[in-house]
Write a protein of this length. Structure first.
Length: 316
């Protein structure tokens, strides 16, 4: 499954509208949509103003461009505003939404409850993304990822650390500690592994040092290269480009992948010797995925593989 490598969250009206405008501008620039815009009800709605915020999110989603990639994060399934979020937003706007993010999922039962609510609202085929934020949810990550309605799992770093009652120090939420503390690192690995076991997309958490673009790039690189994450959250527009750059293949990786796919195609996908190594369909799948990720992140594709993606030398 291929999704844009960045999932950008916004819950304030002016920022939600600007995020969709930025998405359109960057799609034009890159030749591909490199990030989703998720309109946030959970953290975006003021206490007591949940209904009004849901109506606002619905209006923004319904008026988004036809080719926009827009989603919504609703309240948790046990929150009083969950059903109103689903009925007011996902019901009338499901034709515009790419997915619904369900936070604080603890079990498959929560996934089923959300799926049933979506079905009753008429959003029968709308995919769900799930936010894993507790030790119990991590324990059940494989079961949750196996659910056919689930498209992606995200890791909720700050809630996960807080759920340990002080047993994990606050440094576990920082850009260094979240990659070194054993319990946090184990949770990230479990979520990524669960996703890959069931063909779903693992989405990495936010970086609390959101003004430090080097920290964001470092976290995105480590999440991608070391932990197997193929998508990452953004909570500020300035984070989007560092995430996209970090999760994109390098020029050398793209060039090597294109050469191998060209050689495989010329051999009718039979095994080939390339660069002193034997390759077959197993490695062809890997290098094809490199090219897919290159296309999804707006990289320049070599001419030999452009036809596979319907691009030309000037449009790539």
């Amino acid at each position: 499954m291929v999704l844009p490598v960045c999932d950008h969250y916004s819950g304030v009206e002016v920022r939600m509208r600007k995020s969709l405008q930025l998405q359109a501008e960057m799609t034009q620039e890159f030749g591909a949509c490199v990030f989703d815009v998720t309109l946030d009800c959970e953290d975006g709605a003021p206490v007591g103003g949940e209904i009004e915020h849901a109506h606002l999110v619905k209006e923004i989603a319904l008026n988004a461009a036809s080719n926009a990639r827009v989603a919504v994060r609703v309240h948790p399934v046990d929150h009083p505003s969950f059903l109103s979020d689903i009925n007011l937003i996902a019901g009338p706007a499901h034709g515009k939404l790419r997915h619904v993010m369900i936070p604080k999922v603890e079990s498959v039962a929560d996934v089923e409850a959300a799926a049933n609510a979506l079905n009753q609202a008429g959003a029968l085929n709308l995919p769900m993304h799930v936010l894993i934020e507790s030790p119990a949810a991590v324990h059940r990550a494989f079961e949750i990822a196996a659910h056919p309605r689930v498209q992606s799992l995200s890791f909720g770093l700050m809630d996960f650390v807080s759920a340990h009652g002080g047993a994990i120090p606050s440094s576990g939420m920082g850009v260094q500690g979240q990659f070194t503390h054993p319990l946090v690192l184990r949770a990230k690995l479990e979520i990524a592994s669960a996703c890959h076991a069931h063909g779903k997309v693992p989405s990495h958490c936010v970086v609390t040092e959101f003004n430090d673009l080097e920290a964001i790039k470092l976290a995105a690189t480590k999440a991608s290269r070391e932990l197997g994450y193929t998508r990452m959250w953004s909570i500020h527009p300035s984070q989007i480009r560092p995430v996209v750059e970090a999760l994109a293949p390098s020029e050398n990786e793209i060039e090597d992948a294109a050469k191998l796919i060209e050689a495989a195609s010329m051999a009718d996908w039979a095994p080939v010797s390339h660069g002193g190594q034997l390759h077959d369909r197993a490695s062809y799948r890997f290098f094809w995925q490199v090219l897919e990720r290159a296309y999804q992140t707006g990289r320049q594709l070599p001419e030999s593989v452009q036809a596979y993606f319907g691009v030309t030398a000037c449009a790539a």
